[in-house]
Design a protein around this ligand. Sequence first.
Ligand code: PLP
Length: 424
Amino acid sequence: MTVEQLTQCDIKALYSESIRNMETYIMFRIAKRVAELTPSLTEKGRPPVKLSMGAPVVDPPKILTQKLKEAIDQSGMHTYSTPRGEKFFRDAVSERMKNRFGVEIDANTEVCSLIGSKEGLANIFRALISYRSNPSEKEVIMVPDPGYASYADAIKICGGFPYGMRLAPENQYKPDFEDLLADMKSKGITPERIKGLVLNYPSNPIGAPAGLDYYQKAVDFCRKYNILLISDVAYADVYFPGEEPPHSVLEIPGAKDITLEFHSLSKPYATTGWRMGFAVGHKDAIDALERVKGTVDSGIFKCIQKAAAFAMNSPECFEFVVQQNKQYKINQQKMLEGLKSLGWPVEEISPPKATFYLWVPIPPRYKTAADFCTELLEKSGVVVVPGTAFGQYGEGYLRMSLVDTPENLQEVIRRMKEDGFTYA
Ligand SMILES: Cc1ncc(COP(=O)(O)O)c(C=O)c1O
């Protein structure tokens, strides 16, 4: 082989159609840009303060890290698990679903462990969507817009089409499903092409809630058209003191016939890096997930399963969650006060009662959310996420994740004031 032949290597030409058209995941793109800017920002006294990732900065409960340490030294913990997870883990999930939501779950057939719920969501899309190049033939998953950025990208990787369901104040962030279907039909999408409907309440990025009445409508709709109801309740345990605990779709009688629900242990226990989650719901949906996972991963590290099983049913860990949620409420109040002092019309922002996010309008003098967020980063070192990262209907907004220390939140407001980031 000649040198000329060797230099003709073109790895990008080998990319799949979906990867060719795909950007790096938004949060990692932001992280990369922040890393590039860190030296110059630090030099001018504006080291980055990150209100971008939904990743609590506190350490997890001590008792939980202790459980993990103990598990490491137990024999038999270091070999492959199974995609569904160990029996002790599935039993703990079943106990949790019963105690927290009053939902009966069969630990043998209706649970699957996940390496974080992001993995499970991506893999259920793989299990549902057949790859189609032709846009008019693509299989469809309905997703919230604005919504968690990973849904749309993960659906596109499989050659599917994410249909954005607009969440707007006018529909209380709960769109009407038959209206959406009528809109899709007018665009040539027949119900047979729709494979799944993703709901995420309390929602990222808005923090909007949903009650059982809305879940009932979703279940009825999905049953009628045979669409898998994919409920993502990653924030089910991040709700403020005195508020009604968020529900599981599986509380609706008969919901299990058509639902797969994704739970995450990342946010409540401040363990985003541990990658702990689970799916519960219809046994055939669990089977499909298991088939994909058996091929692409081999389940969670057993020590992590031990810790997760403990966390889910531990009063000490529950107390940690309660204290964290109190802090998020305080952080929210402080940030709203700060924004008010900068001229934001905070009375128009209905502050969420769950999650640690704040969905904030950009000052009207900026054309796009990206323009505002870029300037805020480059001038003040404050890292927030433009609303468009969550879908086209996120334009005009930014998302703040209020998981940092109260001192850093104060610092954000101080810098914004000093650097002229007022609303008007
Ligand atoms: C709505 C939503 N779902 C799922 C996830 C994924 O969480 P994890 O993979 O850590 O369980 C996130 C993370 O930010 C999220 O916001």
